[in-house]
Design a protein around this ligand. Structure first.
Ligand code: AMP
Ligand code: ZN
Length: 140
């Protein structure tokens, strides 16, 4: 059972102990504006209970995250009149996570903005791909 974690800034923000620009709140989540936005309207979905990252999240809770993301994405698209929107979620430092309380980014995109959520593409090798499929399937 997930709990609030002492000394976690997102636990404090999600539960209203530190003020934030909250755009949505329910019993499980607080959705706030990012303090250093990548673009106008950049928002973060914060669970009120603490999970370090996505691996820790139980299925029942995880099932609540994406419906909320789509609800917010639709509202933000209308409200901000953005041209696109990235839904991004980083796990561990190597993947760019800097705050170790699960959160999902909603990043509105505007034609010509300089937000960078891209990566270099590489060629795939057929045998390696089928080995990867097997390795992942073993763990499911
Ligand atoms: P990540 O790199 O995925 O861990 O994202 C952390 C995000 O949290 C960054 O976009 C930060 O700008 C944002 N952030 C950090 N501290 C605060 C805060 N006190 N209030 C709102 N957003 C924050
Ligand atoms: Zn936390």
């Amino acid at each position: 059972m997930a709990k609030i974690k002492e000394d976690c800034i997102f636990c404090k923000i999600a539960n209203g102990q530190i003020p934030s620009n909250s755009v949505y709140e329910d019993e499980d989540f607080n959705v706030i504006l990012d303090i250093s936005p990548a673009s106008k309207g950049h928002a973060l979905i914060l669970p009120k209970v603490h999970y370090d990252n996505a691996y820790e999240m139980d299925e029942a809770f995880a099932a609540k995250v994406f419906p909320l993301a789509t609800k917010l994405a639709g509202a933000m698209k209308k409200a901000l009149n953005c041209d696109g929107l990235n839904i991004v979620q980083n796990n561990e430092e190597a993947a760019g996570q800097t705050v170790f309380h699960f959160h999902m980014h909603l990043i509105p995109r505007y034609e010509g903005d300089e937000v960078d959520v891209t990566w270099k593409q590489h060629e795939s090798v057929a045998e390696e791909q089928s080995e990867i499929v097997k390795q992942i399937q073993k763990e499911l």
